[in-house]
Ligand binder design. Sequence first.
Ligand code: SAH
Length: 346
Amino acid sequence: MREALVAHGLAPLSLAALVASPECSADPALADAAARLDVPLRFAQTRAEDGTPPGNLLHAALRIPYEALHDDPQTGIALALAPLAIDPDTIGRARGRLTVIGLGPGRADLMVPAARTALNEATDILGYDTYVKMAGPLRADQRVHGTDNREEMQRARHAFELASEGRSVVMVSSGDPGVFAMATAVLEALEASHDSAWAAVELSIVPGVSAALATAAQAGAPLGHDFCMLSLSDNLKPWSIIEKRLRHAAEADLVMAFYNPISRARPWQLDKALDIVRDFRAPTTHVVLGRDIGRPGGTLRTLTLGELRSSDVDMRTMVIVGSSATRKFGGGGDGAEWVYTPRWYE
Ligand code: SAH
């Protein structure tokens, strides 16, 4: 492209945009060229099989008059010269983007900077209402598709539809988007789709601080040795699988982090889970309860497995059950108590 510019006596700095056919939207070489030439990459129908001259197509795409067209069929590069400055945003459309981000537990400073950047660049923001609010403040020009709708697959498909129109879409989850959250629904939707426009969307997933990590950090280091994360929700998996995993994890002496420990629709499951754990672990085992960690009114409690009652827990709580090695000590000047799992076994 630089050669083509030079051949026509044009300075690379006079280039306003690269325009390519939508079929090429996932071509990394084009993205690389645009980045190196430091110009936006836009997509519009630029070549036709029916022999429509590229000039006509470019004319339609640019929707502005241009003075001259240098079309080189050999390189496939056509240069359109405009007498006036061009706003590249008005040419065709950008490659659509879908970025699935994790907000972390709640506090703005626990959100990774890449997630903040994605939010700043977003034209459209999707997610469960509470999380979209947590992601704010947003600009007036950003479209919010907040919803109470718990239908995650529908939301994932909506995100792809918007992104395949060339929009920059951000899908928000709390914590980490790949931990019992939207990233999996998005990938499921993509794999099930045969829409090439969806496949051309620039998809990326930005990690976040998951509730177990945020709770653990506040308590000390209870996840300092081998641990596992389990969702106690049997909405999407049979309860028998959950019981089996609990038995194996408890027997293996793994520290356990329980997500979705209880809800109004699932009132008995936590007690059942604790019964299983108690078959393998002593009543003196340390337990950490983090509720609304990183959010206003957040609380942290440490107690023992023997003391723990399911009424201490709600759906906004993270439950960390220690291993046989998990310890607690306190007595610091500020009364701080620390729970940690040593890196060694006796
Ligand atoms: N993707 C999220 C988890 C979603 S599952 C993450 O990585 O954190 C929802 C469960 O996560 C809740 O039922 C609760 O157990 C836990 N959770 C989410 N945010 C929390 C917070 N701020 N404090 C404590 N637990 C939280």
